[in-house]
Design a protein around this ligand. Structure first.
Ligand SMILES: *[C@@H]1O[C@H](CO)[C@@H](O)[C@H](O)[C@H]1NC(C)=O
Length: 188
């Protein structure tokens, strides 16, 4: 009797595991590779000043995809400046221009950015019981990093909505909480 019970448990477990695997297969995005952190050039990223420089020898996961887009796509909202002289100080890849941080604009992880196809499309970002519509103008590269071209920053996560201060303001996030926030977004 005892033996039969544990056999049933094993079978149920195997079925659940199989179902879980199918689910992951259908809904997730797998890493595309790993890169080893190089020693940052302090002119580009100084670990004594910036917290997010690559660490020499550390392995970083890369992604060519992002999680599937739904009506409530989960993402991590981060804060970025799109202005000249802002952090990063780089032009947006959609139009090779700087943008005012007073406009609700965002950069998306590689998979969601979809090879420029989401340029100038608008997305609705929801958090904190509020919505804001923001325009996509730039990419956050999740496929590469830790080199000169990426200022020795690690590859980006594949679920990032990197937003101007106008987005954070519109969501009425208290200033002390600015930086990282769980949100959902959907295409407009
Ligand atoms: C996104 O919104 C902006 C501002 O309202 C508008 O000018 C632009 O045409 C919209 N983009 C698309 C693709 O509809």
């Amino acid at each position: 009797m005892k033996g039969n019970h544990s056999k049933t448990h094993v079978i149920v477990f195997v079925i659940l595991l199989f179902a879980a695997c199918l689910d992951v297969e259908a809904h997730s995005c797998r890493p595309s590779g790993r890169i080893r952190g190089k020693k940052p050039d302090p002119e580009k990223c100084n670990p004594e000043i910036e917290s997010d420089c690559c660490i020499e020898g550390k392995m970083y996961t890369t992604y060519k995809c992002s999680p599937p887009v739904t009506k409530h796509t989960k993402a991590k909202l981060t804060l970025n400046s799109f202005e000249k002289g802002g952090d990063g100080d780089s032009r947006s890849v959609c139009d090779n221009k700087y943008h005012s941080d007073d406009l609700p604009i965002v950069a998306l992880s590689t998979g969601w950015f979809n090879n420029l196809k989401r340029c100038f499309h608008n997305i609705t970002i929801t958090a904190n019981g509020r919505n804001v519509v923001a325009m996509v103008v730039d990419e956050r590269d999740s496929t590469m990093g830790c080199d000169k071209d990426h200022d020795y920053h690690p590859p980006c996560d594949n679920n990032i909505v990197d937003a101007s201060r106008a987005v954070w303001t519109a969501l009425e996030v208290p200033l002390v909480d600015w930086g990282e926030l769980e949100v959902t977004w959907s295409p407009v």
